[in-house]
Design a protein around this ligand. Structure first.
Ligand SMILES: Cc1ncc(COP(=O)(O)O)c(C=O)c1O
Length: 441
């Protein structure tokens, strides 16, 4: 539900103070000069909050920022040049002699580097990381590992992405699985809501870690502990997790965490990973497989799988993509996760303030600093459709946002490379869009 707050500052005053050096304009940046002038924003950008040299240097690496005001990291993150270069270098290396054992070994090293860096980012062990093509693949590995019987139950959240919904609908049709849905709108209630729905036939709980439609985070640690005590496994959909919020797989304690490289981690499209706890391996049988998943096999039906999460990988894969993701992770690590996360929270707070200053817009995503992350979801007035606003802003203003589940909700994915001037410009534009729609209604 949207939280509508009394504006603390008028929108006009908010935007003006940003651009002429008011209260919000203390830690300067001149970077908007190198970005397209946002429509509706003053042409000259003066000092603005919370930017500094490291942000400027990072922005210079990301070509997509020259073209648009980029607020779509929750869909597809824009990669820096060095990620593209690392991919190209891996493709060139592979193409020198794809079947040469020396080249194969070097390419495998790049995949393993990616695995190690994913593990480092997520507080997992490299043996707990299966490389995948996307978040959805990891969800399917887990969803299909269960020998479902008619009447078995799965608990999911009421804000799931089609990446979760469609495989679950498929299980319903294929095996007669029953879906039970928990409201996740109030994170403090999620554990109780899940426990309320547990039955002796519950085989799995599967939820988004961070909701793509509201930015709310489920209390993974508490939920994992409660379910472990009841011997029920927990799968978290982490598509909107790593890169946006801190994730520590071991600390959360869930059985499975599926993530992708192509959103907040700014990696190549079509890269991801599934994290699997070692003690869940045996209870998570393989559903589809092939060469390279095995430790040993013979021609008469014997097979032993790799002893770790790599058993869920098989066959030829997108090695250059993993080389690119390894590069993205190395780069973000160099930039420093502490300041990346601090900046995301600061910018999201800044966006929140701008929305609260509007007469027409309201916040759907969390307002409190401790609950905030880069997913800022704005509720437009009833006279607007978020899909139409998205089309208009992308085509006319080169502002890339995303409509989400609620017809009036539009998501502004705020990453560390975004500028406060950009945020002010986009919210100003949404405000004018909403005002025009209200006046016309
Ligand atoms: C919560 C959530 N899960 C899954 C996905 C799908 O991700 P992928 O394309 O990596 O499978 C998305 C994409 O937006 C998402 O937001």
């Amino acid at each position: 539900m949207a939280s509508r707050k009394t504006p603390r500052l008028s929108r006009r005053h908010f935007v003006t103070s940003l651009f002429v050096g008011g209260a919000a304009a203390t830690a300067g940046s001149t970077a908007l000069r190198s970005s397209p002038a946002p429509s509706g924003a003053p042409a000259t950008a003066a000092a603005a909050p919370v930017s500094s040299d490291w942000v400027e240097a990072a922005r210079a690496q990301i070509p997509a920022l020259q073209r648009s005001l980029y607020f779509q990291s929750g869909a597809y993150g824009p990669s820096p040049h060095r990620v593209m270069n690392a991919m190209k270098a891996a493709l060139d290396l592979q193409n020198e002699a794809p079947a040469d054992p020396k080249i194969i070994a070097q390419i495998t090293d790049l995949e393993n580097l990616c695995r190690t860096r994913i593990a480092r980012l997520t507080g997992a062990d490299p043996t707990e990381v299966a490389l995948t093509s996307n978040t959805t693949t990891g969800l399917n590995v887990v969803l299909w590992s269960i020998d479902w019987k008619a009447g078995d139950e799965i608990i999911i959240g009421d804000e799931e992405h089609p990446a979760m919904l469609l495989p679950v609908y498929n299980l319903e049709r294929r095996f007669g699985v029953r879906r039970r849905v928990v409201p996740v709108g109030d994170p403090s209630r999620v554990v109780a809501e899940v426990l309320d729905r547990l039955t002796p036939t519950t085989r799995l709980v599967a939820l988004s870690h961070v909701s793509r439609g509201s930015g709310r985070t489920v209390p993974g640690r508490e939920l994992a502990a409660a379910l472990r005590a009841r011997n029920v496994r927990l799968l978290l959909d982490g598509a909107q997790g790593p890169g946006n919020v801190r994730v520590n797989f071991r600390e959360i304690g869930c059985d499975y965490y599926s993530l992708c490289g192509h959103k907040w981690l700014l990696g190549p499209k079509g890269t991801g990973a599934l994290l699997v706890r070692p003690d869940a391996l045996e209870a998570t049988p393989i559903s589809w497989t092939g060469s390279r998943a095995q430790a040993t096999f013979d021609e008469v039906g014997n097979v032993t799988w790799l002893p770790d999460a790599r058993r869920y990988e098989f066959a030829t894969r997108n090695s250059a993509g993993f080389a690119g993701l390894a590069e993205a992770l190395g780069w973000l690590d160099e930039l420093g996760w502490d300041r990346i996360h601090a900046r995301i929270i600061e910018l999201a707070g800044f966006a929140t303030q701008a929305v609260q200053a509007s007469q027409h817009l309201a916040m759907t995503s969390p307002i409190a600093a401790e609950a905030r992350n880069g997913i800022v979801v704005v509720r437009l007035p009833a006279a607007c459709k978020a899909t139409a606003a998205y089309q208009t802003l992308s085509q006319e203003d080169r502002m890339l946002l995303s409509p989400v589940t609620h017809p009036q909700d539009i998501r502004i994915s705020v990453h560390f490379f975004n500028l406060p001037q950009e945020i002010a410009a986009v919210i100003d534009r949404l405000d004018r869009y909403a005002a025009a729609a209200v006046a016309k209604a």
